[in-house]
Design a protein around this ligand. Structure first.
Ligand code: PGA
Length: 264
C-alpha cells in the first residue's frame, strides 16, 4: 500500500506520547472474576515502575467493583460502550453520566463487534463520541478494516471514512481526550496479528488524516493504539513502531500476567 509519512515527525515530540495499554474484557468476568483479575494485576504491579498507562474496561456490571479495587492505583477505568442520549426510554442502554457516576474515565466506542454484531453505524458512533466528550469521558475510538476490505485494496478508504465520520464535528482541542484504536477486524481474536510493518503503515496513514482534519500538533499528540491478537511476545515489536502508541487488548487481557506483560 502507500507510504504515509507524517511530515515534521520529530523524535523529541513523538517521545512525548505515553504508551497506553487498555484491556477490553468484552463479555467476560462476573464479580468474582473481576476481583480475581484486578487483584492479580495489582499484585503484579506492586513495587514495579511501568512506563505506560494501563486501563481496564470490564463489563458494566463490574465497573463499580473494579473502581473500588483500583482505588489508590494508577490503573484507569473504562467502559466498553454507552448510548448518546442523556436518559429516558432506551431499554438496556447505559448513559455517559451513569459511567461517570461509577468512576469511569474512558469508554471504548465503535468497537468492530459493536459495528458488525450490533449494527452500529459511523453516524451513531459519532454521536456517542461527542456525548462522551461532552460528559468528560475519554473515548477509545475504534476503527479497522475487514479481511474482505483489505483484500479488495480498500483499507485506506475504509479507515478514512471511519475517521471522517466518527470524528466529525470535533475540534483539535476535543482531540486531546481522544484515543484512537486501529484494530484490523481480521486480526481480532483470530491469532492473526498484523505484521508490525502492516500496522505501522495504517497508523501512519491515520496520523496523516488527523493532520488534515485537526492540524499537525494535534495529530502528533494523539495516541493511536493497535489492537488485534496483541500478546506479550508480539507487543515489543508492534509497540516499537514510530506511530504505534499502545495496544487495545482482548484475549490476552483476561490473564493478569499477560496483560501486565504486554505493558512491560
Ligand atoms: P484480541 O481483541 O486481542 O482478542 O484480538 C482485541 C479487541 O477486540 O479489542
Amino acid at each position: 500500500m502507500g507510504n504515509f509519512k507524517v511530515e515534521k515527525t520529530k523524535n523529541s515530540r513523538r517521545m512525548m506520547r505515553t504508551k497506553v495499554i487498555a484491556g477490553n474484557w468484552k463479555m467476560n468476568n462476573d464479580i468474582n472474576g473481576t476481583i480475581e483479575l484486578i487483584s492479580g494485576i495489582k499484585s503484579i504491579l506492586a513495587g514495579k515502575k511501568i512506563d505506560a498507562k494501563l486501563i481496564v474496561c470490564p463489563p458494566f456490571t463490574s465497573l463499580e467493583t473494579a473502581k473500588e479495587l483500583l482505588k489508590g492505583s494508577d490503573v484507569g477505568l473504562g467502559a466498553q460502550n454507552m448510548y448518546f442520549e442523556e436518559n429516558g426510554a432506551f431499554t438496556g442502554e447505559i448513559s455517559a453520566a451513569m459511567l461517570k457516576s461509577v468512576g469511569c474515565e474512558y469508554v471504548i466506542l465503535g468497537h468492530s463487534e459493536r459495528r458488525t454484531i450490533f449494527g452500529e453505524t459511523d453516524e451513531l458512533i459519532n454521536k456517542k463520541v461527542k456525548k462522551a466528550l461532552d460528559s468528560q469521558l475519554k473515548p477509545i475510538f475504534c476503527i479497522g478494516e475487514t479481511l474482505e476490505e483489505r483484500e479488495s485494496g480498500t483499507t485506506f478508504d475504509v479507515i478514512k471514512r471511519q475517521i471522517q465520520a466518527g470524528l466529525s464535528g470535533l475540534s483539535d482541542s476535543d482531540m486531546k481526550a481522544v484515543i484512537i484504536a486501529y484494530e484490523p477486524v481480521w486480526a481480532i481474536g483470530t491469532g492473526k496479528v498484523a505484521s508490525p510493518a502492516q500496522a505501522q503503515e495504517v497508523h501512519a496513514f491515520i496520523r496523516s488524516e488527523l493532520v488534515k482534519l485537526f492540524g499537525a500538533v494535534s495529530a502528533e499528540n494523539t495516541v493511536i493504539q493497535y489492537g488485534g491478537s496483541v500478546k506479550p511476545d508480539n507487543a515489543r515489536e508492534l509497540l516499537g513502531q514510530p506511530d504505534i502508541d499502545g495496544a487495545l487488548v482482548g484475549g490476552a487481557c483476561l490473564k493478569a500476567e499477560s496483560f501486565v506483560g504486554i505493558a512491560e
